[in-house]
Design a protein around this ligand. Structure first.
Ligand SMILES: Cc1ncc(COP(=O)(O)O)c(C=O)c1O
Length: 483
């Protein structure tokens, strides 16, 4: 029987992984977009599964080789697609330790250190994000599950007023819950309402003002009409296209007068609370009943990191607590199992703890300020190029530009096609990576800056690459393409 840890050239598989990881994250970065095709990856990875297995080092060597062209360098400084953060050095190292330690962070009894790290980091996060210190919290795998956790607590709370114990009685015993929000709501909140049996048909989309913020009059009227119907309001702290913030200081008191629960989706936007320059966007956000935010976006913690905060710990625990005689409940410490949807779970608190310590308060503020500055620069500089236009002035770190087909007879549909083509061409060129969206009925390129490493040099290189791609594509447009 071969020793599974013997290797290729005597290296431990972890050493191979570590060496590769250091090389992978080193600057300067090579091209951002991966080059492998679907077929390439299927054939590289779809090897025969043997009966006897192979040595561990070979597995890792071959995994690295098979994946290397199928990775987009989304943790690098020139990745501006979707809303994607990088990996701070300490957070990446702590994440690696998390795997090596392999703790089950369900209960204090299994991993005392993991439980206390969450306790400490949870308190730090509340302080930084201007969330009441009495709020309970959960470290979830993403903002989607943070919404699920928070809205499960909301569901418990709003139905308790009707003397319904929803966890015990089930939805069949409950009146339908109504959710009020605007069209700026993120799809993950909608998914959470579906998973919780609230149903997306019970979401009522209210009118917004010209700045995209939910209109207070619309909320007042809707809640008055809802009367005694149990209801939840979902507000946005940073929407995905423009980074729009609802007016919390005006809206939350209205909701409170009508006894509703207010949930804030601040997946990335809540981090603005850490910056003295942007904290004003969150005026009144501390009045909400629950908040959801990601660590794996703007805090630059590796993936599998988000947080739910709930101002009503009893509702939170009622929705999430689980027990069994074999689970050792702690009498003094916080058992994460009582706050999270999962039972067994990765000890994801270590990476957040490390990131917060590495950056400190000022480091987080500076990260926020830098990303916002770069988003503004990229949007205005790309928007000023021939055949481009900026569609917004970023509120925070999210910009939008559009590319214009140079043909004098080009239609809106031609500009849409041209915009899609330019996004694809920029990614193929390799200096940077962007993704598209439909904004006010037209195709646009999103500019989302979340990475701790992005610097002035990156911005210059990216603008120059976009300029070249755009000029080349514009020269090739002979006749507008009508579909
Ligand atoms: C505003 C907003 N809310 C929620 C989410 C969902 O977050 P996650 O992908 O971590 O579940 C995202 C993801 O981009 C987002 O931008």
């Amino acid at each position: 029987m071969p020793d599974r840890l013997t290797t290729i050239a005597g290296a431990h598989p972890l050493q191979l992984a570590f060496d590769h990881a250091l090389e992978y994250i080193a600057r300067p970065q090579s091209r951002v977009a991966g080059t492998a095709t679907l077929d390439d990856l299927r054939s590289a990875l779809g090897v025969e599964l043997t009966d006897t297995g192979i040595d561990a080092a070979t597995v890792i060597e071959e995994l690295i080789e098979a994946c290397k062209d199928g990775l987009n360098r989304s943790s690098g400084s020139r990745f501006f697609g979707w809303v994607i953060g990088g990996t701070l050095p300490s957070a990446l190292a702590a994440d690696l330790l998390t795997s090596a330690w392999d703790q089950n962070a369900a209960i204090y009894a299994h991993s005392p250190a993991a439980a206390i790290v969450e306790e400490v980091a949870g308190a730090w996060l509340k302080d930084i994000l201007n969330i009441p210190s009495t709020a309970s919290f959960a470290f979830t795998n993403g903002c989607q599950m943070a919404h699920f956790t928070a809205l499960a607590a909301a569901r418990h709370h709003v139905l308790a007023r009707f003397s319904i114990d929803i966890e015990e009685a089930g939805l069949a015993a409950a009146p339908a819950i109504r959710v009020f929000t605007s069209r700026k709501v993120h799809t993950s909140s909608v998914s959470a309402t579906r998973m919780l049996g609230i149903g997306s048909a019970n979401i009522h989309y209210l009118a917004t003002n010209d700045a995209g913020q939910l209109l207070p009059e619309a909320l007042e009227t809707a809640l008055q009409q809802a009367g005694e119907i149990p209801s939840i309001v979902i507000l946005q702290a940073g929407d995905v296209n423009e980074g729009i913030y609802d007016d919390f200081a005006t809206l939350i008191p209205i909701a409170q007068r009508h006894n509703t629960w207010v949930h804030i989706d601040g997946a990335f936007g809540l981090w603005a609370a850490a910056s003295p320059s942007y904290a004003y966007l969150l005026n009144g956000s501390h009045l909400a009943d629950s908040w959801a935010i990601d660590g794996h976006k703007w805090l630059n913690v590796p993936y599998d990191s988000a947080y739910a905060f709930i101002a009503h710990p009893e509702a939170h625990q009622a929705a999430m607590s689980k027990g069994a005689s074999y689970i050792v409940a702690s009498t003094d410490a916080r058992d994460p199992i009582n706050f999270n949807p999962e039972m067994s779970r990765r000890a994801r608190g270590f990476a957040t703890y490390a990131a917060l310590r590495e950056l400190g308060r000022n480091g987080i503020a500076s990260l926020v300020d830098r990303c916002c500055r770069f988003a503004t620069q990229l949007t205005s500089r790309i928007g000023a190029l021939p055949h481009a236009e900026a569609l917004n002035t970023p509120i925070i770190n999210q910009g939008l530009v559009r590319f214009l087909n140079p043909s004098p007879t080009a239609t809106v549909a031609d500009h849409d096609i041209f915009t899609n083509q330019i996004i694809t061409a920029i990614c193929a060129e390799g200096t940077a990576f962007f993704t598209g969206t439909t904004f006010q009925g037209q195709r646009a390129m999103r500019i989302s800056v979340c990475n701790w490493q992005t610097n002035d040099e990156d911005i210059d290189a990216v603008v120059s690459a976009v300029e070249t791609v755009l000029a080349t594509a514009a020269n090739q447009v002979a006749v507008p393409h009508h579909s």
